[in-house]
Design a protein around this ligand. Structure first.
Ligand SMILES: C[S@@+](CC[C@H](N)C(=O)[O-])C[C@H]1O[C@@H](n2cnc3c(N)ncnc32)[C@H](O)[C@@H]1O
Length: 241
């Protein structure tokens, strides 16, 4: 059972900036924060010490990544955990189609319950590891936060991307150094360009640091005749069926 309501885990200070950031979506975001602070903590998905900083350090920090996602994009959130950043993005951007990819059953149960409670028809949950779904899933954007070091992460994420698609890896202060030491390996994995971007300036403090890796070649799957295309085998929207 999902629990929420009266706050048993300490105050949940909502930053003033939340209203401007989320607009009409704010009530749904509040509900999600409440689920994280209660059910998420009870089930061991969120550390109790994270509760007072759920808004700024987790939810808002993830939300600003939407600046880098084109309209109507298909997104895979690799290692979604309790839904960060995938659930936040699906609340904020109803135009997106988001797959929350997560191997651990306990977490996928929570994610499915959240999608039901928050009524998010533009998101779905897929239980699995990124390296296991590369023959099936394709996306325009792959997001990942706190999942793996960059070289391992790109090994999982780049095969999931369509040509010109991007991995958006939410990283900390060491992002630029991590990218520089990984650059040679990235190019061996798949032709790509990579940079470090700070998003959410003036909306979140500190701004969110993202390593963006954009692939410049077709994926193997997309060029195979008769192969499944798109998420879960769906053809990409707008293409002739
Ligand atoms: C530290 S948690 C981060 C969760 C969430 N992204 C966040 O920022 O709160 C890392 C998550 O990555 C998942 N994970 C680990 N290896 C994975 C893989 N190969 N493919 C997909 N997810 C993976 C774990 O199960 C876990 O939920």
């Amino acid at each position: 059972m999902m629990t929420s309501g009266a706050d048993a885990h300490g105050a949940l200070p909502e930053p003033e900036e939340a209203e401007a950031l989320f607009g009409d979506a704010l009530p749904v975001v509040r509900h999600y924060v409440d689920l994280l602070a209660h059910t998420g903590v009870e089930r061991g998905l969120i550390g109790p010490r994270e509760v007072p900083r759920l808004w700024d350090r987790h939810v808002m920090n993830c939300a600003v990544v939407e600046e880098l996602i084109p309209k109507g994009a298909e997104v895979i959130d690799v290692g979604s955990g309790a839904g960060l950043p995938g659930i936040v993005l699906s609340i904020l951007r109803p135009d997106l189609s988001v797959v929350l990819l997560e191997p651990l059953l306990r977490r996928t149960v929570f994610l499915r319950e959240c999608l039901g409670e928050l009524q998010l028809p533009n998101a779905s949950v897929r239980r699995g590891r990124a390296e296991e779904v590369k023959e099936e899933l394709r996306a325009d954007i792959v997001t990942a936060r706190a999942v793996a070091p960059l070289t391992r992460l790109t090994g999982w994420a780049l095969p999931l991307l369509r040509k010109n698609g991007s991995l958006l890896a939410l990283k900390g202060e060491q992002a630029a150094a991590e990218l520089e030491s990984a650059r040679g390996d990235l190019l061996k994995q798949r032709p790509c360009v990579a940079d470090v971007i700070r998003v959410g300036q003036g909306k979140v403090d500190p701004a969110t640091t993202v390593v963006r890796v954009t692939v410049t070649s077709e994926s193997g799957l997309a060029t195979q005749p008769g192969s499944k295309r798109g998420q879960g085998g769906r053809k990409k929207r707008g293409r002739k069926r």
